[in-house]
Design a protein around this ligand. Structure first.
Ligand SMILES: [Zn+2]
Length: 285
């Protein structure tokens, strides 16, 4: 009995060890550093590669610290897909030991004013998807035709999304958004909305009393109906402000991490939910 148990434990240890050592060996893997990049990677590679996301659902990507295992996954992967400066620990891992194929989105879409949230403009995500497709064609040429046709479908979906935003936000009584962290500048620029954030680029920065006064004055002078919260940040700041000002709160998803419990939710459906929330808040027709 004892020796049988010992044998079983021994086997379990061997399989655990070989599980560790087999990172990256079972077919091509793509490591994406956070959700919108995972979405693009999955759409382009389909079943031809395994896509790993370094940022677990519900984790704020600005705060990501890599585990030893994730660092090993990056160096063992076929390709890594990341955004320089959003997640310094990913930058360090890529700089220390990058796989043969690496795409930094800032090489395709340069950051504006240090703001990393480019995926809030679907036309910019489309440019990044094109570049990712080129990288995958170079990395796995046997699947080039599939990657290109997957890219064509994704480009079409992103064009439709952009068209829906343009028509959906063409006629609005209010053209201002008050949001909790500064994740919507690209969206505002693309669709001509002024965006004011309560915190800064990172979600947990504390606003100064002067800044809160400015936001309050803006809400009153522009007749703003809604202050937007987001899923990954603490709601207290927005709740307190909306209570003081007597306005509603609603959610705009930054899409930095997939937090929806709906298994079919993805970048496209969540962007459409954001559009509906903006249309309601800004009285768009
Ligand atoms: Zn952010």
């Amino acid at each position: 009995m004892r020796s049988a148990l010992g044998l079983l434990l021994g086997l379990a240890m061997v399989s655990a060890l070989s599980g560790c050592a087999s990172v990256g060996r079972s077919g091509p893997t793509v490591v994406a550093s956070f959700y919108p990049l995972q979405f693009v990677a999955q759409r382009i590679v389909g079943d031809h590669a395994k896509v790993l996301n370094l940022t677990a659902p519900g984790v704020e990507p600005h705060d990501l610290e890599l585990t030893v295992r994730q660092t090993a996954e990056i160096s063992a992967s076929t390709a890594v897909f990341f955004e320089h400066s959003l997640q310094p620990s990913v930058d360090q891992a890529v700089a220390a030991d990058a796989p043969a194929h690496a795409l930094d989105t800032t090489a395709v879409v340069p950051l504006r004013n240090g703001d990393p949230h480019f995926w809030q403009d679907p036309t910019l995500l489309a440019r990044v998807a094109r570049a990712f497709t080129r990288m995958m064609v170079a990395a796995e040429p046997a699947h080039a035709a599939d990657f290109r046709s997957n890219d064509a479908r994704l480009q079409r979906d992103l064009r439709r999304l952009d068209a829906d935003f343009r028509s959906g936000l063409a006629h609005c009584r209010i053209r201002t958004l008050v949001v909790s962290h500064d994740a919507f500048e690209y969206l505002g620029r693309r669709y001509h909305l002024a965006v004011h954030s309560i915190a800064g680029i990172t979600p947990d920065a504390e606003p100064s009393p002067q800044h809160l006064q400015q936001i309050s004055a803006l809400v009153r002078s522009e007749g703003i109906t809604t202050v937007f919260n987001e899923r990954l940040a603490s709601p207290q700041m927005v709740d307190a402000l909306s209570h003081d000002l007597g306005v509603r709160t609603a959610v705009l998803d930054t899409l930095e991490g997939l937090t929806s419990t709906d298994p079919h939710a993805n970048y496209l459906s969540i962007m459409r939910a954001n559009l509906a929330a903006i249309q309601k808040a800004d009285s768009c027709s």
